[in-house]
Design a binder for this molecule. Structure first.
Ligand code: ADP
Ligand code: MG
Length: 398
């Protein structure tokens, strides 16, 4: 699939290296609430610093919409990064202005600076060639390590690669190594588990995976459109009426390809969606073809949990995207927990992609027993769809 040069394949000593990171960390009252993304970027940064590179870091944060807005300054990131590295990382006042240029030019080998939020300039998201060129002029080598934005063709994620030799950092290397192998040359049996809210969010994922897996498991809100396609009533459950035919086509495609398509045999229902989402809720479990008209399906049922855990047992590769139910509510998290547990207990290569499924694994404490949790929600989804990611395609092949 992808076979890209990494930072270890090029000379970095004494070179000015522009590194695109994903420092889009969650903030509350100006304080970082999780520094996970900064911590994950450290291996690449440390490698470059210890090999005598002059490191120019850059990232976006939030959605400042092309205007300078102190609320989205990377100042808290620079401070946390300095702590974690044990050396000062100075934040420049601008992106490609006088301050950035002066500080980049004055960099010493083994030192790093951080450019201010690249989205403070509207030309970033427009992938403006002049902006990309200016950004590139700060450095002699480009490293992309921001998997979370690799599905976007922006100046700092793809555009700069037109003006500099370009390679990937360790984070992207890991993503394309593990996910790329699973999708192009998986150890079999290969099982994919898809859930989440809507079928329409994942149409292309379903279609692409059906061409690759041995078993496709469907849960979450999207399952009800499949159940409707089988002719079952789904009560008040999430239903994508315009996608019923699509689901029917996918069931047919699975049959033609000899792919086992597993749908919930029972489902956990309640009178309605919990409000607030974590409010106590009365539930019962009913067979999938007996969902009462006045009930809403909010999680897979107990028999289905067993069925799905069983299907994972003999797998050699498992890809999971999307929760099995409304996991934000403890009563409705059981299906998602059972899948997370099945993956954690499996000896297969287990891969979790998707923002909410990754969050569920972390929250539920299974994260360290999963082979790989993708750092990019949207990007990993596009990867599973079989799309080309511009932030990776722009890098040099080995
Ligand atoms: P991911 O981010 O992992 O790709 P999605 O964003 O597609 O996952 O879906 C996650 C959301 O789906 C969660 O907020 C969850 O509450 C919701 N969800 C799961 N099952 C159901 C259901 N049966 N009814 C309504 N919403 C559901
Ligand atoms: Mg999501």
């Amino acid at each position: 699939m992808y076979n890209k040069k990494t930072i270890e394949d090029v000379a970095v000593e004494g070179k000015k290296v522009l590194v695109r990171c994903d420092f889009n960390v969650p903030l509350k009252d100006g304080k970082i609430t999780s520094d996970k993304r900064i911590v994950e970027a450290l291996p690449t940064i440390k490698y470059l610093l210890s090999h005598g590179a002059k490191v120019i870091l850059c990232s976006h944060m939030g959605k400042p919409k092309g205007e300078v807005n102190p609320k989205y300054s990377l100042a808290p990131v620079a401070a946390r990064l300095s702590e974690l590295l044990g050396k000062e990382v100075v934040l420049t006042k601008d992106i490609i202005g006088e301050d950035a240029k002066a500080k980049a030019a004055a960099l010493k080998a083994g030192d790093a600076i951080l450019l201010e939020n690249v989205r403070f300039d509207a030309r970033e998201e427009k992938n403006d060639p002049a902006f990309s060129k200016e950004l590139a002029s700060l450095a002699e080598l480009y490293v992309n390590d921001a998997f979370g934005t690799a599905h976007r063709a922006h100046a700092s994620t793809a555009g700069v690669a037109a003006y500099l030799p370009a390679v990937c950092g360790y984070l992207i290397q890991k993503e394309i190594g593990i996910m790329g192998k699973a999708l192009s040359n998986p150890e079999r049996p290969f099982v994919a588990i898809l859930g989440g809210a809507k079928v329409s969010d994942k149409l292309n994922v379903i279609n692409n995976l059906l061409g690759k897996v041995d078993t496709l498991i469907i849960g979450g809100g999207m399952a009800y459109t499949f159940l409707a396609a089988k002719g079952y009533g789904v009560g008040k459950s999430l239903l994508d009426e315009s996608k019923i035919d699509y689901c029917r086509d996918m069931m047919k495609k699975a049959e033609e390809k000899g792919v086992k398509l597993l749908l919930p045999v029972d489902t956990t229902v309640a009178a309605g969606f919990p409000d607030p989402i974590d409010a106590p809720i009365d539930v019962s479990v009913v067979p999938s073809d007996k969902i009462p008209a006045d009930k809403e399906g909010l999680d897979i049922g107990t028999k289905t949990m067993e069925l799905y855990a069983d299907a994972v047992k003999n797998a050699k590769t498992v890809v999971w995207n999307g929760p099995m139910g409304v996991f934000e509510n403890p009563t409705l998290a059981k299906g998602t927990i059972s899948v997370a547990k099945a993956l954690a207990e499996s000896s297969a290569t287990t891969i979790v992609g998707g923002g909410d499924s990754a969050a569920a694994c972390e929250q539920l404490g299974f994260a360290d027993k999963i082979t790989h949790i993708s750092t990019g929600g949207g990007a990993s989804l596009e990867f599973l769809e079989g799309l080309v990611l511009p932030g990776i395609a722009c890098l040099e092949d080995k």
